[in-house]
Structures are given as C-alpha cells and as structure tokens.
Design a protein around this ligand. Structure first.
Ligand SMILES: Cc1cc2nc3c(=O)[nH]c(=O)nc-3n(C[C@H](O)[C@H](O)[C@H](O)COP(=O)(O)OP(=O)(O)OC[C@H]3O[C@@H](n4cnc5c(N)ncnc54)[C@H](O)[C@@H]3O)c2cc1C
Length: 404
C-alpha cells in the first residue's frame, strides 16, 4: 500500500530537515527519505554567520554552544604574490562539526513528529495524468521498490538531485567542482593567521593544467591547529572562456596535489599535518536557477536547484531559509485544501507563492550576491585572466571584493 503524507521530502540535509521540522510544526504530516544510512552522510559546509533561524530550528543557543566563533575577516591573496585585501567580517562566523549540526536537526525533526527513513534511495518521480507530481518511487533498506505519495513533494536531494534531473535542471551548468579537506596538526601560527584565507588562482597560472578553470584555494583556521582547506572552481564565467575546459576527476585531483605541494603560502599548511577528510564533490553555485517549481506538486529546495551563495559560504542558511519559507507558504494555504492536492496546487496559489518568494529577503540575498560575485568573476577571470594582470589591478579588485 502506498503511504500518503502532506509533505514528502527527498533528502536529509539542511534543506530537507528544515522543511520537515517546519511542516510538522505547522501541524502537517511529513515523511523524509534519505539515501544514506544516516542523515546528511557526507560533510559539506561547516561555517555560517549567525541568523535567528538557527535558534528556531536547532534550539536556542545550540549553535553558540557547539561552534567556534571567529570574526577576523578574510584575507585575499593575489596569485603567487604578496598583495592582500582585507575585508573585516560584519558578523562572527560559527564553525561547527557537520555531524553535530545534522544530527541535531534530525533529532528536532523526529521529536517534532516527522517520519524519517534512512537507507531509502529515491529513484524517480510519480505524476498523475495531468502531469502533477504526486509522489516518488524509492528503494528501501531491504532493497525493495516502494512508493510514497505527498500533497507536496520537496526535492531536497542536493547537487545531484534525482527530482531536479527529472525536471531537466542542468546540474552540469550549475555545478562547480570543489575539494573539501580537513587538516589536523596544520602548520600555521594561530596568532598571525586568524583570518579566513583565499588564494585567487587565475586561468593559465597552472603550467601542468593550462586549460584549468579559474579557481580559489581556501584555508579556514580552526582551534587546536585544525584547518579546513579546499579548492573551489569558479565555473560561472568558465563557459564563456575559450581557454578553459571543465576538468575531469583526474585533472582536478592532480591540480589539488600540485597546489598542496608547491603553491606559495598555501602549501605550508600541509607540512607535517594529518589529513582527516579529503573529498572531491560539487557545489552548485555557478549560476542562479530561477525555476524552483518545475511542475505542479514539486518544489526544488537548497542545492537541488543551485540555491547557494555564490561565495560558497551561505548555502546552509540559504537552503534552510528557502525550505522554511516554502513550507510555511504552502502550509498556510493547505488548511483549506487538506487532503486535496489538486485544490492546493492551483495556478492561482502557485502564482501567490512565487510572488511571496521573489519578494522574500532570502531570494533577494542570493540574487544580489550572484550579481556581485558575477562582477568580480568577470573582471578577475574573464577580463584580466593572467597572474600578472591580476596583480597589477589588485587595488581595484580589492575594492570590488570589499563590496561582497
Ligand atoms: C566543500 C563545501 C564547503 C561548503 N562550505 C560552506 C560553508 O562554509 N557555509 C555554508 O553555508 N555552505 C557551505 N557549503 C554549501 C552547503 O553545504 C550546501 O549549500 C548545503 O549543504 C545544501 O543543503 P541541502 O540540504 O540542499 O543539500 P545537501 O546538504 O547536499 O543534502 C542533500 C541530501 O539529500 C540526500 N540525497 C541525495 N540524493 C538522494 C536520493 N536519490 N534519495 C534520497 N536522498 C538523497 C543526500 O544524501 C543528502 O543527505 C559548502 C559545500 C561544500 C561542498
């Protein structure tokens, strides 16, 4: 027998769990299906600026208690040279452990009454004969094909979203490859190195991979000589650059190894350090995908629709705000249409929700950041391109970065 819920949520990351908590707090039933054997199986972002939403969803004070806070700003390094720009942080950034954060969201969702099932991989979308999304098919823990129905289906299944793919979201165009790495015993002076470090690497600065896209290596100092380091490819302008190819996994790994061994300043962090975690993945922040309601009945939230800050540093908050907003909007209309999804999913209701979403602070924040980072990327990576030219125009670049 197919189970039916008010909200059927695919994916147990920040977006899916926020939607589940919000749905049940509004008095509706919610089933969340997660493919991993635990929620959010792989760590992704672990740094956020504080926002009241974290108190609402995690519990008051949880983030402060369980995180390391820093407001030493950010230091941008021009390619291989000594110039730097400093942008003080407006608010402290909280660094936390992904497992702590996700497990806490899972606990709040379960205690609030959401049904959560892990080891359930969603394989497809179920539609009725007028094309409305009414559920999903999934493979359960025992390997058995199942299906579930929802008056609303949320695709919260991240950067390789099955729900998004069903609705032709072009994840190739949205995605920027990224390497996430965690160091213990990292080699840095905690007194001198307090700010978040960003190293701009121009197109053509890597002789061993001359067609590598523009990218930014980063290093975030953490307590106890730990550090989060990584390499973020900036694909926003890359399709318009004839000198650039999208790298395959082999090239990405080779460039990362090279930077670890020889990129000035950056390589020092690895001397004598232990690598606790190192994984190539994707961050869907190359462009803004506007249509997050691709069909009646289905809403794409968080990374499944590329809704992250283009700086790669507020995807968690943006995903959670977006999930809360859409769940609240639909829940507010649902009272009158309970159990009748065709009355809920009218063109009129959809237009009303879309208007509210586009007017929301959450949508405007991301759209404005896309515009700002797009400008910086155009100047640095499309217009200037070489290390030499970037260094010569560093003053202007620093002023542009300060706008972000
Ligand atoms: C290296 C890296 C660093 C980052 N740094 C930051 C940062 O410092 N600050 C910040 O705010 N953001 C950061 N981000 C972005 C942030 O992590 C994401 O924007 C955020 O996790 C998006 O949440 P989500 O719930 O939409 O997707 P995800 O966190 O990706 O969760 C998706 C969930 O869906 C599940 N799933 C996938 N497919 C299926 C399926 N078929 N069936 C069932 N379940 C499925 C997955 O297992 C996963 O649990 C970073 C991302 C990366 C990769």
């Amino acid at each position: 027998m197919t189970e039916t819920y008010d909200f059927l949520i695919v994916g147990g990351g920040p977006a899916g769990l926020s939607a589940a908590i919000t749905a049940v707090r509004n008095g509706f039933s919610a089933l969340l299906l997660e493919q991993g054997d635990r929620l959010g199986p792989f760590p992704r972002g672990e740094g956020v600026s504080h926002h009241p939403l974290f108190d609402q969803l995690l519990g008051k004070g949880f983030l402060e208690e369980r995180s390391y806070q820093t407001n030493h700003g950010a230091l941008f390094h021009s390619p291989g040279a000594h110039q730097q720009a400093f942008k003080p942080a407006a608010r402290p950034i909280h660094f936390f452990e992904w497992r702590d954060f996700i497990d806490r969201l899972g606990e709040v969702a379960t205690v609030s009454g959401a049904v959560i099932r892990t080891s359930c991989r969603v394989t497809g979308v179920v539609e009725d004969d007028r094309g409305q999304c009414i559920g999903v098919r999934y493979v359960d823990e025992a390997g058995v094909q199942q299906s579930a129905q929802g008056a609303t289906v949320f695709g919260c299944d991240g950067h390789r979203s099955v729900v998004g793919r069903h609705y032709q979201v072009d994840h190739e165009a949205l995605s920027c490859p990224i390497i996430k790495c965690r160091l213990a015993h990292a080699s840095f002076d905690p007194v001198q190195t307090k700010a978040l470090q960003f190293f701009l690497i121009g197109n053509g600065d890597l002789p061993m991979a001359p067609r590598f896209p523009p990218c930014v290596a980063y290093a975030f100092p953490l307590p106890d000589q730990k550090m989060e380091v990584g390499l973020m490819l900036r694909m926003g302008r890359a399709p318009a650059m004839v000198t650039v190819d999208r790298p395959n996994a082999g090239t990405l790994t080779a460039v990362w190894s090279e930077l670890k061994q020889s990129y000035p300043k950056f390589r020092r962090y690895f001397e004598g350090a232990d690598i606790e975690f190192e994984q190539p993945t994707d961050l869907p922040n190359a462009t803004l995908w506007r249509n997050n309601v691709p069909a009646l009945g289905a809403v794409l939230l968080g990374d499944s629709v590329g809704f992250v800050d283009p700086f790669g540093s507020s995807g968690i908050l943006s995903s959670m705000r977006m999930a809360q907003l859409w769940t609240d909007l639909i829940a507010a209309t649902m009272g009158q249409a309970r159990g009748r999804s065709q009355r809920l999913w009218t063109a009129r209701n959809l237009a009303k929700w879309r208007r509210a979403y586009v007017a929301s602070g959450c949508y405007r924040h991301v759209r404005n950041n896309y515009l700002k980072i797009g400008m910086v990327e155009w100047v640095v990576f499309k217009h200037l391109r070489s290390a030499d030219r970037i260094n010569r125009r560093w003053g202007a670049i620093a002023r542009l970065l300060a706008l972000g």
